[in-house]
Design a protein around this ligand. Structure first.
Ligand SMILES: [Zn+2]
Length: 120
């Protein structure tokens, strides 16, 4: 990846960055609040939600971000289980887990939640 491409995907302002606990995409909190998660909005309903929901479903504690330009083709995406997600900046590890009731909702919708805390 060229520096230019990387600069495009890395938010210029690092303050207020949060990672989605379900897919790991990194955006500013206000982005999640306004638009929701580009991958999980149907499941998590983050847009226009309360701060509580945002705090429950995203985390400020994450590490190892990867900019994925073509998630469908990237081997990194497959390794990170992000195959099929939108292009963007993703956290390798995210601290925290979704609340029980949301995990229950997900399983009712046939989505198996696996915390992205890493396997080490
Ligand atoms: Zn998400």
């Amino acid at each position: 990846m060229s520096q230019q491409e990387a600069a495009y995907f890395v938010p210029t302002d690092n303050r207020g960055l949060r990672a989605c606990l379900l897919c790991g995409i990194v955006h500013q909190g206000k982005y999640f609040k306004k638009f929701g998660c580009p991958n999980c909005e149907e499941l998590l309903h983050l847009s226009e939600s309360s701060d509580d929901v945002l705090t429950d479903c995203t985390s400020t504690m994450f590490e190892g971000t990867i900019a994925m330009m073509k998630p469908r083709r990237s081997w990194v995406a497959k390794w990170q289980r992000n195959d099929g997600f939108v292009s963007g900046l993703y956290a390798v590890r995210v601290q925290g887990t979704l609340p029980e009731d949301i995990i229950d909702d997900l399983s009712r919708m046939g989505v198996q939640y696996r915390p992205r805390v890493g396997s080490s």
